[in-house]
Design a protein around this ligand. Structure first.
Ligand code: FAD
Length: 471
């Protein structure tokens, strides 16, 4: 049959990458169709990722914060948590944002088609619509933004509500006494924090590598780990899960490796957070001639073009880091290039990473470990928050701010912050790196006092050999 809908740009998937691409394309005057199999827009990030996890982490952080208020002379009653109500709160947060996106799509006259799309050839996508209908859409350009999904370990019980990925964990169906987090990365540690703080779950974490939060410098992780130690019964590094059995008392998990317990361990909830796989193999890419590598990623150039020049790909499906802010910027580039802007390209120097745990751990650009590995000599400016008036006033002075400058050029090449609100501050470091700032630029920039943000100025001053004057 013929196509019943034609467009300049077809966007497949409405996550942060896809909706950003669609909105930018529409703003540039292109007739745009956005296809999404979920009932709402926003993809993983808004529905089952960044936003719901942060809604719960905020509650967790406040609950933890007030725990030590007694020593300040302020006491509250013991908290009681209604998980169903908390879930409703989280769902409302998500709903506000996804409805906002739907309204923005209407305002921009982006046609949204709800259903699962697959390429039929290099100029057509077929959609099995959510309402049962079928539709063929003809496009001049396509932007693939089909994202990723959680890896499921083959040896874990299937269809058991006590074995979940982050999506299941966000449903808050249970208040586990003992919870196992498989994978010591950001997502696992964030979700572990939620359960530990809100319902008091005791945590075990198992990680194959030799440290938690890979990618961050160890000095930062040390600060996090010291404060978070009370949550954990067992942090099993260089260890892996090798089997599990569903019993009526819980999930019985077997371990192997350097820190494996001798006996299998029983858990009420097992969270698998061992990474995400791209959805590249499930969109009929071959029919459009789009190359997909063996892991399911779609290779692209700096203009986000696949091997087929009028088909672009963005976000988690094109590679690491799998982060919403990367997807958004790539989406803008793809839309701009599709609109005929020959100069648009993805040339970000750095992409920040944040663990929204308590304290937060944020880093951008080179870490000290990276610099060492690449043989780049760096000058370090370190500002411990024990010297920050604001951090002390907040009774949260455990953190530090660290900036790294290339010894040869003097320019900033990396930065890292551990402490409350670290994620909100790391953007300034990203800006400094993009602008090619040196320590004097940052140190002479007047930051408001007393803020945690002024620790960035102080760290830059420290790199210049000055000591800090402000308490
Ligand atoms: P996705 O968000 O995965 O969206 C892809 C969309 O395409 C989905 O809606 C999917 O339904 C749709 N789709 C796929 N195939 C088809 C098809 N054939 N037809 C129609 N529709 C299709 N990142 C951050 O930057 N900060 C965070 O704090 C953060 N927290 C996270 C917490 C969790 C628990 C998880 C799981 C992830 C988190 N992430 C975070 C990662 C972030 O969610 C992703 O990087 C981001 O969503 C990727 O965006 P995307 O547009 O590439 O794809």
């Amino acid at each position: 049959g013929g196509s019943d809908l034609e467009c300049d740009v077809l966007v497949l998937g409405a996550g942060p990458g896809g909706y950003s691409a669609a909105f930018r394309a529409a703003d540039l005057g292109l007739k745009t169709v956005l296809i999404e199999r979920f009932a709402t827009l926003g993809g993983v990030c808004l529905n089952v990722g960044c936003i719901p996890s942060k809604a719960l982490l905020h509650v967790a952080a406040v609950m933890d914060e007030v725990k030590h208020f007694e020593s300040l002379g302020v006491s509250f009653g013991a908290p009681s948590v209604d998980l169903a109500k908390l879930k409703t709160h989280k769902d409302k947060v998500v709903g506000k944002l996804t409805q906002g996106l739907a309204a923005m799509a209407r305002m921009r006259k982006v046609t949204v088609v709800h259903g699962t799309g697959e390429f039929l050839d290099p100029y057509h996508v077929g959609v099995a619509r959510a309402d049962g209908g079928k539709q063929v859409i003809k496009f001049k350009n396509a932007i693939i933004a089909a994202g990723s999904e959680a890896v499921k370990l083959p040896f874990l019980p299937k269809d058991d509500p006590r074995v979940v990925t982050s999506t299941g964990a966000l449903e808050l169906r249970q208040a586990p006494k003992r919870m196992l987090v498989i994978g010591g990365g950001i997502i696992g540690l964030e979700m572990g924090t939620v359960y530990s703080s809100t319902v008091g779950s005791r945590l075990d974490v198992v990680e194959m590598l030799d440290g938690l939060m890979q990618g961050a410098d160890r000095d930062m992780v040390k600060v996090w780990q010291k404060l978070n130690a009370p949550r954990f019964d067992n942090i099993m590094l260089k260890t892996k899960t090798v089997g599990a059995e569903a019993t009526k008392d819980g999930i019985l998990v077997k371990f192997e490796g350097e820190n494996a317990p001798k006996e299998p361990q029983l858990y009420d909830l097992v969270l698998q957070a061992v990474g995400r796989v791209p959805n590249g193999k499930r969109i009929g890419a071959d029919k459009a001639g789009v190359a997909v590598n063996e892991r399911g990623f779609i290779p692209v150039d700096i203009q986000m073009r696949t091997n087929v020049p009028h088909i672009f790909a963005i976000g988690d499906i094109v590679g690491q880091p799998m982060l919403a802010h990367k997807a958004v910027h790539e989406g803008h580039v793809a839309a701009e290039v599709a609109s005929g802007d020959t100069h648009a390209a993805f040339d970000a120097r750095v992409i920040p990473s944040v663990a929204y745990t308590d304290p937060e751990v944020a880093w951008v650009g080179l870490t000290e470990d990276d610099a060492k590995a690449r043989g780049i000599k760096v000058k370090k400016g370190l500002f411990p928050w024990t010297a920050s008036g604001r951090a002390i006033a907040n009774t949260r002075d455990e953190g530090f701010t660290k900036l790294l400058f290339d010894e040869e050029t003097g320019r900033i090449v990396g930065g890292a912050i551990v402490g409350t609100h670290a994620g909100d501050m790391i953007g300034e470091v990203a800006l400094a790196i993009e602008m090619g700032a040196d320590a004097i630029d940052i140190g002479k920039t007047i930051h408001p006092h007393p803020t945690l943000g002024e620790s960035l100025g102080m760290a830059a001053e420290a790199a210049e050999g000055h000591c800090t004057d402000l308490p």
